[in-house]
Design a protein around this ligand. Structure first.
Ligand code: UDP
Length: 245
């Protein structure tokens, strides 16, 4: 049951989970059910506050188009395979959420009526209003794009207030923290500063879309327990990128 008195900052958010987030580090399995279960539990906890949640799940735990194309495969075909990988991940997340009685809909950008609804913007917004978690599968439906771009695009389309990007690092640094022990993490940073300092937040297409549509991006680490829930309810963890900085 949604508890509209529970604290939350946003009304509607889009959470981007990389495909790698679903895999247990070092495991042969592409999807770890216990990890997806934990994610689902956190999403459920945030959902119970009355928050409207849309998800974009990547596919990198199975397949990345660019990697295969560097090894001789046609890029567009390899990218379609990557988009199909995101559908598997989306179904895994859906399954765990539904097992916890969270109503969901998967909308696919590539038509596959037997497993998912087609992406229809107005329908997605209606689902969100009715308290369903909407999972956008199959990326944008176009090769040569990423699921970060999908997240930026869908967030703008559904009038989300923010894109929350769960990553391996705990925010955006002025230099690579793996290489520079003195790297400093930003609490907030503007789109403009990201560009001038060449900070890596998302790929350039995704970043431009967010900047042009004034869509804030919250970058946080998914490796800390409970961080997905905390980010969803609007706790300031990681780095916030917006117009003001
Ligand atoms: N992809 C694509 N178009 C899209 C989204 C994704 O072609 O709109 C393909 C692309 O090959 C990409 C793969 O799907 O490498 C998996 O997505 P991504 O690499 O963004 O997943 P993540 O790194 O977030 O797990």
């Amino acid at each position: 049951m949604a508890d509209s008195t529970a604290p939350r900052k946003f009304r509607r958010v889009l959470l981007k989970l990389s495909g790698e987030a679903l895999r247990e580090p070092g495991s042969q399995e592409n999807i770890s059910p216990p990890i997806v279960e934990d994610m689902a539990a956190q999403i459920k906890a945030a959902h119970q506050t009355g928050l409207e949640i849309a998800l974009v799940v990547g596919g990198g735990n199975f397949w990345r188009g660019i990697t295969a194309s560097n090894k001789g495969m046609e890029r567009a075909t390899a990218d379609y395979m990557g988009m199909l990988a995101t559908v598997m991940n989306s179904l895994a997340v859906q399954s765990m959420l539904e097992a916890m009685d969270v109503p969901t809909r998967v909308q696919s950008a590539i038509k596959m009526d037997n497993v998912a609804e087609p992406f229809v913007r107005r329908k997605a917004m209606r689902h969100l209003e009715l308290g369903r978690v909407v999972i956008f599968a199959a990326g944008t439906g176009n090769p040569f794009f990423s699921t970060d771009t999908t997240a930026a695009l869908r967030a703008s389309e559904i009038n989300a207030e923010i894109v929350l990007k769960a990553t391996k690092v705990d925010g955006i640094y002025d230099s690579d923290p793996n290489k520079n022990p003195n790297a400093v993490k930003f609490d907030r940073v503007s789109f403009h500063e990201c560009l001038t300092r060449q900070l890596k937040v998302m790929d350039s297409t995704a970043f431009s879309l967010c900047m042009e549509n004034n869509m804030p991006i919250g970058v946080f680490s998914m490796n800390e327990p409970d961080n997905i829930r905390r980010a969803l309810v609007g706790e300031h963890i990681g780095t916030m990128v917006d117009a003001k900085g």
